[in-house]
Design a protein around this ligand. Structure first.
Ligand SMILES: Cc1ncc(COP(=O)(O)O)c(C=O)c1O
Length: 374
């Protein structure tokens, strides 16, 4: 019986993969997956997108209700109140902030507005950097970090003639933090060479003290990308922002589509920033659960887990009988979804990535893995 079900699922997955061939692969494609498998969204346990397992802050429903009457107007295209709150939260000036429809909008905007001659991506990395640069017609070079470096930058960065560099802090998908003194050195060298640095801090909220924001005033060529998606668990709302010198903010703002950030998203962002208790609980939960999941994965034979600082873990399958794709499929009958990380440039078919979730959910993942890998 189980085998039959499994067979059916494999066939369905083949169909899913065929349909998805032309779309950029990401984690979190749960609508499509649930539809294809004939399941409700709530029946899938999604470890493929790295979202705070606490869910969104409790004030969000109230914030939506309060802001709802305002949707008869166009949104404030300057996002002024949210920018003021962000400025207070980060100890910056509202003129150093540009809000976007998710940080992904701002990646595409940066690629278009900064008009680099050539860009360099420190890989493996979020695939939208490459797509955005391709869409803007910008040639791309790569500096590929290795397994021995835990897939993060450990030494000098060579821009290879690029005038825009994409680098993530913490690294994605490994979750490793760059050493602060190295990051300062990289930023300083790029600055001297006249190279812009887009530093992706989409996950830094989990370790806010590691943000480069305190150095922003010194580095007019650094743009810091931030997201509400991961830490505040609102990927469906689309809200992100850039922190940068006012000149860069004006340059990008001038080319941004009008009203891309809706009224409800702006209200939610303000509510998120108020809830310090939720922030502290989230950081404590992830610290504890990351350790639990890391130890649990370490107890399974043939898995090597990289030492992440945030809410996801990169895992290498050191066993010849499973590829990432095969393991992902084998977990589907358990209704557990993981990220096959083989399509990250610099990784291969032996890499998966899993989100850190709540204790019960992490246990379910470990049990499913134990069953499948035995
Ligand atoms: C490293 C990294 N940066 C940026 C993003 C974009 O996030 P969003 O557009 O939801 O803010 C993602 C999404 O997965 C990501 O993994």
């Amino acid at each position: 019986m189980w085998k039959n079900d499994f067979q059916i699922i494999l066939e369905l997955m083949h169909m899913v993969n065929k349909t998805l061939e032309k779309t950029p692969p990401h984690g979190g494609d749960v609508y499509h997956l649930a539809r294809t498998l004939g399941l409700e969204l709530s029946e899938l346990l999604d470890f493929s997108a790295n979202i705070n397992p606490l869910g969104f802050p409790p004030g969000i429903p109230g914030a939506i209700q309060e802001a709802l009457p305002e949707i008869v107007h166009y949104p404030d295209r300057r996002c002024l109140e949210l920018r003021q709150d962000l400025a207070a939260y980060h100890d910056l000036d509202p003129g150093q902030i540009l809000v976007g429809n998710g940080s992904t909008e701002l990646i595409y905007l940066a690629a278009r507005a900064l008009k680099p001659q050539k860009a360099l991506i420190v890989a493996p990395a979020f695939s939208e950097y490459e797509h955005a640069l391709n869409a803007a017609g910008v040639p791309v070079e790569y500096q590929i970090t290795t397994e021995a470096q835990n897939f993060t930058l450990e030494g000098p960065l060579d821009p290879q003639g690029a005038d825009l560099v994409f680098l993530a802090q913490p690294a994605s998908p490994s979750g490793v933090l760059l050493r602060p003194e190295l990051l300062l050195e990289v930023a300083a060298r790029l600055d001297v060479a006249g190279v812009m640095l887009l530093l992706d801090e989409a996950f830094v909220d989990f370790v806010e003290e590691a943000s480069f924001k305190t150095h922003l005033a010194q580095f007019p060529r650094v743009l810091i990308l931030r997201s509400f998606t991961k830490f505040f668990a609102i990927p469906g709302m689309r809200l992100g922002y850039l922190l940068a010198a006012p000149e860069s903010i004006s340059r990008l703002g001038a080319l941004q589509e009008p009203w891309s950030v809706n009224t409800l998203a702006q209200a939610m962002g303000r509510t998120c920033l108020e809830d310090r208790e939720y922030m502290a609980r989230s950081r404590a939960l992830i610290r504890e659960e990351k350790e639990f999941l890391f130890q649990g994965l370490a107890s399974l034979p043939g898995l090597k887990t990289f030492p992440s600082e945030v809410n996801y873990l990169l895992v290498k399958l050191a066993r010849p009988d499973f590829t990432a794709a095969a393991l992902r499929q084998a977990l589907l009958p358990h209704r557990v979804v993981i990220r096959d990380a083989s399509n990250f440039r610099g990784l291969d078919e032996r890499f998966i990535r899993v989100a850190v979730r709540s204790r019960g959910e992490n246990q379910r993942l470990l049990e499913a893995l134990r069953e499948v890998l035995k």
